[in-house]
Design a protein around this ligand. Structure first.
Ligand SMILES: [Zn+2]
Length: 112
């Protein structure tokens, strides 16, 4: 996949109105204020973690190796951060990522 294929049209500014974790913690379902529902697995969310331990703050280069994130990773807890983001406690002990709405909208997929 080329770099340009990854660029999506800029989505409108949206806010999630509901975040539901599946009972096994593997999948997060989001409902947005424009009525759209999206979801993502814990693995995808962890792979896209924006924190300073996973992305180099100076070069913006991802230092986390996505292949090291197991498919059976779970989310243990979802915490709202103000009204602009969510933070997750992952089963691998990682808790430092803060996911603003725009990032969550970008990395989750429309629910079938
Ligand atoms: Zn991180």
């Amino acid at each position: 996949m080329s770099f340009w294929d990854r660029i999506k049209p800029a989505p409108p500014a949206v806010t999630a109105t509901d975040a539901q974790l599946s009972s096994d913690g593997v999948r997060l379902d989001l409902t947005w204020d424009d009525g759209v529902k999206t979801d993502a697995t814990a693995q995808v969310l962890r792979q896209q973690c924006p924190c300073a331990a996973c992305v180099d703050e100076w070069t913006n280069k991802r230092t986390l190796d996505p292949s090291k994130v197991p498919a059976d990773l779970r989310i243990k807890q979802v915490q709202p951060v103000g009204n602009y983001a969510l933070a997750f406690s992952f089963s691998d002990g990682h808790t430092t990522g803060i996911y603003p709405w725009k990032l969550l909208r970008d990395i989750t997929q429309p629910a079938a």
